[in-house]
Design a protein around this ligand. Structure first.
Ligand code: AMP
Length: 276
């Protein structure tokens, strides 16, 4: 790769935890289109899993992943071991303040510290020109953009829209753990988000009402256990009372032990003004 870089070739990088689905593949396709070389990392980062989370049972299938990546003409799969990433005596962590603490961060202490740390390391190891992230993990995007800005990583951060199943469920490696019943109910998350967007477009400006609408729909249509539903400023992730500006509506719901997240973004120019 050093050779390719010396020749002035650009590198597009997609960090992942593997077990590829169409969301990962969309990131690879874009990276490949926009760069000379596409590098994908597969690393299930232990430092972003809490003690009671699903690190051990996180789905892994390197063979399947490498054949899917080959179909997307990925040039390099970077598949480091725990020892490569965190050799004995490892001491250094990256804590992106404020934006790491709300939403998922309030329920997963240390999660974004683990994410920021591993992505900083991967960026140093791969040295890409551009990194590709999915909008599905909205808080992750905000955290990593802040890290790249604050620590002067010489990398462009590009975000791809969430890829969904035909029924609207956001693709996730964790979807394989849904029971048939939960799988049938899970698209209600996206439907509730769409209904919320519709309500905002019709003029609703109370975050409380939008949150209640989403919570009610999820309770009516699923047996999922809501962890949070929030309306925040999409850039600062600060909670909103009156809906205005660039709004992120984010939610996290447990179906059994499987935690699903989803979100939607809507931009309003002026409070109370209708948007298309
Ligand atoms: P993961 O392997 O879950 O850590 O995800 C690796 C990258 O793929 C992250 O940037 C995710 O945001 C992105 N990603 C995951 N699911 C989707 C999806 N449904 N659509 C688009 N990007 C996604």
């Amino acid at each position: 790769m050093a050779e390719a870089r010396r020749k002035g070739k650009t590198v597009g990088f997609v960090p992942t935890m593997g077990y590829f689905h169409a969301g990962h593949l969309a990131l690879m396709r874009r990276a490949k289109k926009e760069s000379d070389l596409c590098v994908v990392s597969i690393y299930v980062n232990p430092k972003q899993f809490g003690p009671s989370e699903d690190l051990a049972k996180y789905p892994r299938d390197f063979k399947r992943d490498s054949s899917l990546a080959a179909k997307e003409n990925v040039d390099i799969i970077f598949f480091p071991s725990d020892n490569d990433v965190y050799p004995q005596g490892y001491l250094t962590y990256i804590d992106v303040e404020k934006v790491s603490s709300g939403l998922c961060g309030s329920f997963r202490p240390g999660h974004f510290k683990g994410v920021a740390t591993v992505v900083a390391k991967l960026l140093n190891m791969v040295q890409p020109d551009a990194m590709y992230l999915g909008a599905k993990d909205a808080q992750q995007v905000v955290v990593l953009k802040a890290m790249v800005r604050d620590l002067n990583f010489p990398v462009a951060v590009n975000v791809e829209a969430t890829v969904r199943e035909a029924d609207g469920l956001a693709m996730s490696s964790r979807n394989v753990y849904l029971t048939p019943q939960h799988r049938q109910e899970a698209p209600a998350l996206y439907q509730a988000l769409l209904e919320a967007l519709q309500s905002i477009r019709r003029g609703e400006r109370s975050a409380k009402k939008i949150i209640r609408l989403i919570e009610t729909r999820i309770a009516q249509k699923t047996r999922g256990k809501i962890q949070y539903v929030a309306c925040v400023n999409a850039d600062s992730l600060e909670p909103l009372k009156a809906l205005e500006g660039n709004i992120l509506i984010a939610l996290s719901v447990f179906f059994g032990t499987t935690r699903l997240i989803d979100n939607a973004v809507i931009r309003l120019n002026k409070p109370g003004k209708k948007q298309g």
